[in-house]
Design a protein around this ligand. Structure first.
Ligand code: GSF
Length: 202
């Protein structure tokens, strides 16, 4: 199988971390939807990465569909529970972490525009989502070892990628001191090979 994506996208990182945690071999093709002349929309009509191309040329997107597929394609190191209630809880963590990435990516893009054209209220609205979501994550994590309690799961992968994206694009956001338990979780995650090998960079 082949993963199409960039080295900066937190959603691509999520897929790469899952591939590594599941020890699945794949080809990685570097493409950014922001580079002119890119062919991402040839494979994904939404023009977004990540895209996973299966050996029979079936194309999968978005990252949530990709990681669920990957978790089920190999029986080892399960990242999503089978029980409906717990599975839903993991997916809620994922929705929250992806939502933080969505808001952060919007702010990043908005701030690339000329200052006079930037929507200050729009930026503030997105920043508030990030602040609230971090507080929610921290309160849900509480004193647990992992997001889901005692077991490492996809929830931790998604939170790690979201926090890593904030570290990468918004180092000025001091979530580490405001939420010490999230910082502890992040430090633990960053010791895993799958995270070390996928640290975002331009
Ligand atoms: C989000 C993918 C996305 O926005 C997912 O896969 O989970 N819900 C989707 N990817 C960005 C790349 S990133 O670095 O934020 C993307 O491809 N943006 C291009 C565009 O045209 O929006």
């Amino acid at each position: 199988m082949k993963l199409i994506g960039s080295l900066t996208s937190p959603y691509v990182r999520k897929a790469r971390v899952v591939l590594a945690e599941k020890k699945i071999d794949y080809d990685f093709e570097l493409h950014s939807p922001w580079v002119s002349g890119n062919r991402v929309s040839d494979v994904n009509p939404l023009g977004k990465i990540p895209v996973l191309v299966l050996d029979d040329n079936t194309v999968l997107f978005d990252s949530r569909v990709i990681v669920e597929y990957l978790d089920n394609v190999a029986p080892n190191n399960k990242l999503m529970p089978t029980l409906n209630r717990e599975r839903t809880e993991v997916k809620r963590w994922e929705a929250l972490a992806d939502g933080v990435c969505d808001a952060a990516a919007l702010v990043f893009l908005e701030k690339k525009r000329p200052v006079a054209q930037q929507g200050t209220e729009w930026i503030l609205r997105q920043e508030e989502k990030i602040v609230r979501s971090l507080a929610f994550m921290s309160s849900e994590l509480d004193e647990n070892t992992w997001c889901m309690g005692t077991h490492f799961s996809l929830a931790d992968v998604t939170v790690g990628c979201a926090l890593g994206y904030l570290v990468f694009r918004f180092p000025e956001i001091d979530w580490q001191n405001n939420h010490v338990n999230l910082a502890r979780l992040y430090d633990k995650l960053m010791k895993r090979t799958a995270f070390v090998e996928t640290v975002p960079h331009d």
